[in-house]
Design a protein around this ligand. Structure first.
Ligand SMILES: *[C@@H]1O[C@H](CO)[C@@H](O)[C@H](O)[C@H]1NC(C)=O
Ligand SMILES: *[C@@H]1O[C@H](CO)[C@@H](O)[C@H](O)[C@H]1NC(C)=O
Ligand SMILES: *[C@@H]1O[C@H](CO)[C@@H](O)[C@H](O)[C@H]1NC(C)=O
Ligand SMILES: *[C@@H]1O[C@H](CO)[C@@H](O)[C@H](O)[C@H]1NC(C)=O
Ligand SMILES: *[C@@H]1O[C@H](CO)[C@@H](O)[C@H](O)[C@H]1NC(C)=O
Ligand SMILES: *[C@@H]1O[C@H](CO)[C@@H](O)[C@H](O)[C@H]1NC(C)=O
Ligand SMILES: *[C@@H]1O[C@H](CO)[C@@H](O)[C@H](O)[C@H]1NC(C)=O
Ligand SMILES: *[C@@H]1O[C@H](CO)[C@@H](O)[C@H](O)[C@H]1NC(C)=O
Ligand SMILES: *[C@@H]1O[C@H](CO)[C@@H](O)[C@H](O)[C@H]1NC(C)=O
Length: 361
């Protein structure tokens, strides 16, 4: 049994490829960009029981806090801003996040959909407002008056996991909490005769906590964030126990064919994406996958693999793969430490928030 698990895990590791890369700094409204890697399927990430993030997420700006029942995003010290970004894109879809927001003045918990041309759909929690959640959207990175809306929800956003669900298709954008519809935005409402600010291009998912109330920030942002953050009173942690993403489009890649930024201009490259293949492979446990093989295949694998390397070498290889995965995580964490200062995304978002805040008043 032990042996077949190791074997199956090895096969799984060899079969699943590390996901390819996409675009971060290419602006499709101005440039011709490489296509975006599609999710192209539906998947639920159960982030409890110290499960590690799979390769479909990048960790930026910090280290993850793996706790018993959820993935934690902790602000321990000045400018900590742990964030994960999906390596895949969805082109319309349904997103479900189970979140406990971080408490504290100046502490922002956020769950953001964002596209390469800066369409954006947000959930945000200001740590000093325990029973409210903010919904927002942006078209092409532009701030329009009145897009940010706050809602009271029943119960604490800090102590209890709530189900925050986003429905996003070409006809409507909706925010739901615990099965209750908070808000609907239609393309008509997000446009006038000149501009179309309706979010409509393929999005990544970005989840993180950040110190919107860092004293070095502009006063408008600090005020929006509920005041100056007291780092000494931390740590402040946002918890996410589950994320589900259903891509409404099936494809391998999403490609901007012009600079219009309209959904009609996005070409769906047919096929199964590396991400969907990887997730489908990861979906079954290694043992299940092994059991699913025909006995002929099992024998063939055992015979051929054993003959070439032997079980000892297999175990060794398995360890190396594991090491590499761990190494990659550590590298990600170190590489992205806050020495690089805020990422462009954080800068931009903060700026919009500040503008949004000012215009909202
Ligand atoms: C596109 O490029 C022009 C000229 O460099 C610049 O002014 C503009 O801000 C860019 N637009 C976007 C959306 O990046
Ligand atoms: C996530 O996994 C944990 C541990 O295996 C389990 O107790 C929990 O019910 C799972 N949650 C969901 C939403 O599937
Ligand atoms: C994920 O990380 C890889 C490796 O650092 C990088 O090339 C890629 O641009 C990142 N993807 C996203 C969506 O940020
Ligand atoms: C939330 O409830 C509080 C207390 O009842 C009220 O003062 C506040 O205006 C409400 N906020 C929103 C956004 O409805
Ligand atoms: C979360 O809310 C959405 C929208 O109401 C609902 O479809 C979904 O079933 C809920 N998830 C759970 C686990 O209850
Ligand atoms: C459309 O909206 C933009 C952004 O709010 C505004 O600047 C512009 O004046 C509006 N145009 C019309 C025709 O209403
Ligand atoms: C994880 O979160 C908990 C709860 O906020 C906190 O006590 C702990 O210090 C955090 N651990 C790390 C490594 O950030
Ligand atoms: C993506 O679209 C661009 C512009 O139309 C085109 O040059 C490129 O070949 C397309 N790439 C793919 C993979 O379809
Ligand atoms: C994608 O995967 C599905 C099921 O896994 C398969 O039926 C289909 O043929 C695949 N499509 C392509 C283009 O490879």
């Amino acid at each position: 049994m032990m042996r077949s698990s190791v074997l199956a895990a090895l096969v799984a590791a060899l079969v699943s490829t590390v996901s390819a890369q996409t675009t971060t700094n290419c602006q499709p409204l101005n440039e011709t960009c490489p296509p975006d890697l599609a999710l192209g399927t539906a998947h639920t990430w159960n982030l409890s029981s110290s499960s590690q993030l799979d390769d479909t997420w990048n960790i930026t700006n910090g280290v993850m806090n793996y706790t018993e029942d959820a993935l934690g995003f902790t602000i321990n010290k000045k400018l900590d801003s742990p964030t994960i970004i999906s390596t895949f894109y969805i082109f319309f879809g349904r997103l479900e996040y189970h979140v406990r927001a971080a408490p504290g003045h100046g502490v922002i918990s956020s769950v953001v959909l964002q596209s390469d041309d800066l369409d954006e759909v947000d959930w945000e929690w200001v740590g000093s407002e325990e029973t409210t959640v903010q919904t927002n959207f942006f078209g092409k990175g532009q701030t329009i008056e009145g897009t940010a809306k706050y809602f009271n929800i029943s119960g604490s956003t800090h102590d209890t996991y709530h189900n925050y669900t986003t429905w996003w298709d070409k006809d409507k954008l909706q925010w739901w909490v615990d099965g209750q519809l908070l808000r609907t935005v239609t393309p008509a409402e997000a446009s006038n005769s000149t501009y179309d600010w309706y979010p409509q291009t393929p999005m990544t998912i970005r989840i993180g906590a950040w110190p919107g109330g860092d004293p070095s920030g502009p006063p408008g942002r600090i005020e929006w964030a509920g005041g100056v953050i007291d780092y000494n009173a931390g740590p402040y942690t946002m918890f996410v126990s589950q994320v589900s993403a259903q891509d409404f489009t099936t494809g391998k890649e999403y490609n901007y064919t012009d600079h219009s930024g309209t959904w009609e201009s996005i070409n769906v490259v047919a096929g199964n994406s590396t991400v969907s293949k990887e997730l489908n492979a990861v979906h079954l446990s290694a043992a299940q996958r092994w059991n699913n093989l025909s006995s002929g295949a099992k024998i063939a694998i055992i015979v051929s693999v054993s003959a070439v390397v032997g079980i000892g070498a297999l175990v060794f290889l398995f360890c190396c793969i594991r090491q590499r995965r761990i190494g990659k995580r550590e590298w990600n964490a170190q590489n992205n430490q806050w020495t690089q200062e805020r990422t462009d995304m954080m800068n931009m978002q903060a700026e919009w928030r500040q503008k949004g805040y000012v215009e909202m008043k």
